[in-house]
Design a protein around this ligand. Structure first.
Ligand code: HEC
Length: 121
């Protein structure tokens, strides 16, 4: 920026002060590495939560081939059985997860009881 540019925009002392303050603010933001942000990537070794339900083994067999069980943990804890059913269905139709229709109910029961609104029931 040429010196004349700033001068053209702030003809009064007040406007100059504002322009300088804004410039200083920008500069400070640009140069502010004072706090170092660290982000620890979640381990991709999260396992499905154990359960005595028959769906546990089936989910182990069918739900962690493509991604870790962490995906389950990030679903809303009040998610209904219908929500989980739709989720499993989506894995099947969209991502072609090889899940037998016969195994669906057990898997969905397990998911709703372990990660959804049937927890503790
Ligand atoms: C064939 C591979 C595959 C299998 C098997 C699979 N998934 Fe997924 N799943 C994916 C992919 C790919 C995504 C990421 C979708 C995205 O990023 O939008 C995903 C995402 C998810 C998510 C995150 C929420 C979302 O909507 O993206 C959940 C929860 C989930 N899967 C649950 C399951 C469950 C439960 C099973 C077993 C019934 C399963 N997955 C089996 C491929 C698979």
């Amino acid at each position: 920026m040429r010196a004349g540019d700033l001068g053209a925009r702030c003809r009064t002392a007040r406007r100059c002060a504002a322009a300088l303050a804004a410039a200083a603010g920008l500069g400070a933001a640009g140069l502010a590495p004072a706090t170092v942000k660290t982000y620890r990537a979640p381990p991709d070794t999260v396992r499905l939560t154990p359960s005595p339900l028959p769906g546990y083994a089936k989910a182990q067999a069918h739900c962690t081939a493509c991604h870790s069980a962490e995906y389950m943990q990030y679903q809303p804890p009040d998610a209904t059985r219908a929500y989980w059913r739709a989720m499993v269905q989506r894995m099947k139709t969209v991502f072609h997860a090889p899940i037998d229709e016969a195994d669906m109910p057990d898997i969905v029961d397990y998911l709703a009881a372990t990660y959804g609104n049937r927890q503790g029931r």
